[in-house]
Design a protein. Structure first.
Length: 399
């Protein structure tokens, strides 16, 4: 890990890296022939050998590595990772002091200076997620850096990489400290959520939607009928129910969504029998709702960027307009559609165009009430717009 490899950057990419763009692409380098192993520390230089930045090689999504430092003499060791983690903790000091919220992001990849790594906090437990083999090669130093910086009950990990970029579950997610209860209960703005730290790729709730759930509970749910599509464990439904909605309907294709959603209702003392939880393909449910003339006051759309069922394939960049049209048809006049996507393939302006197109094709009218992107703890880098992947729009259906 001590050997550093020098790579020449093509002239047309030099300015981009000097201005702070963190993702190192294969096409920006004259040759990757010197690289034999992910996790190698690399120094990018121009054709004259002048230093540009120091980074590491790790294959992730569209990139082949991440920038780490503009200092040629920077040592990528325990001290380096400790300083990065401590800076991230300082930025999130207010979250640690908020007793109503005990789950949040502590370290957000390139936003905190190390692309390919995230660290989440769950009531004293820390969860590290590795997004490439390259960053995983630094595991020992990063763990020591975390241990040097925080008091912890236990530390867990998720590996989100292999040759196909899928989740690896070939070993225990538990690393050290005490093992967590199954599940552990955390709070988010006073809402209870059940979290599973050692049960596959997901833990039970997406922390980046915190502000959206609070807004639904506090401003939009009261006295409303709510449809939550692609509902996962029903977190939006719980928020709506706690906001005094008339009734929530949660729809998801995964069979486990039924038991998981029931659990989230129960730990918040919500009568499960007063809510509907449906295991069904969302697109089939839309057709059913149209046939039965079902209309809702609040419809939540939070699909994965890509999903496949027996009869349907969904890609956010290609199919979100049609998804919106399905939702518009079953939303009451004056009702609200919460349109959300975590796709990094398009920006908020493109997403707004999707909304406009959907209503135009149905001869409808709408009003944008609110927009959300990533919350404060999901720190982003101004020079890396792709990192701000979350786009959520509250849309009022006028016609």
């Amino acid at each position: 890990m001590t050997q550093e490899i020098e790579l020449i950057v093509k002239p047309e990419f030099i300015r981009t890296y000097k201005e702070g763009y963190p993702l190192i692409s294969k096409e920006s380098i004259v040759s990757w022939d010197k690289i034999r192993q992910e996790g190698s520390v690399i120094n990018l230089v121009d054709e004259k050998g002048k230093f540009i930045l120091k980074g590491y090689h790790g294959v992730q999504n569209k990139g082949y590595g991440w920038a780490l430092s503009a200092n040629k003499d920077e040592k990528i060791d325990v001290t380096y990772f400790s300083e990065k983690i401590k800076s991230a903790l300082k930025y999130r000091k207010d979250f640690y002091n908020d007793k109503s919220t005990t789950a949040f992001r502590v370290f957000n990849g390139e936003g905190d200076g190390i692309g390919g790594l995230t660290i989440d906090y769950f009531d004293g437990f820390y969860l590290l997620t590795w997004y490439s083999l390259g960053i995983y090669e630094f595991k020992s130093d990063i763990l020591d850096g975390l241990k040097n910086s925080v008091k912890y009950k236990g530390i867990y990990q998720k590996k989100r990489f292999d040759s196909k970029g899928k989740y690896l579950d070939d070993d225990d997610d538990f690393i050290c400290g005490d093992k967590a209860e199954t599940p552990i209960l955390v709070k988010e703005n006073g809402i209870n959520f059940a979290i599973y730290l050692d049960d596959g790729a997901m833990v039970g709730v997406f922390l980046d939607q915190r502000d959206v759930r609070k807004t639904i509970r506090d401003k939009y749910a009261k006295g409303k009928t709510v449809l939550n599509t692609f509902s996962y464990t029903g977190a939006f439904s719980v928020a709506a129910a706690l906001g005094d909605s008339i009734k929530t309907t949660s729809v998801d294709l995964a069979k486990r969504s039924l038991t998981k959603t029931k659990e989230q209702f129960e730990i918040n003392k919500i009568d499960v029998d007063s809510q509907d939880i449906i295991v069904e393909d969302v697109f089939n449910y839309f057709k059913y709702a149209v046939r039965k003339n079902l209309l809702f006051d609040l419809v939540i759309l939070d699909p994965p960027s890509f999903a496949r069922s027996k009869k349907h394939t969904f890609s956010a960049s290609k199919d979100y307009v049609n998804l919106l049209k399905e939702a518009i048809k079953i939303t009451n006049k004056g009702g609200i559609i919460v349109a959300s996507t975590n796709s990094a393939n398009f920006n908020m302006m493109n997403f707004s165009d999707f909304i406009s197109k959907a209503f135009k094709e149905l001869n409808g009218k709408y009003e944008i009430k609110e927009r959300f992107s990533l919350p404060k703890d999901f720190r982003i880098l101004d020079k890396f717009k792709e990192g701000n992947y979350l786009k959520v729009v509250f849309i009022k259906k006028i016609k």
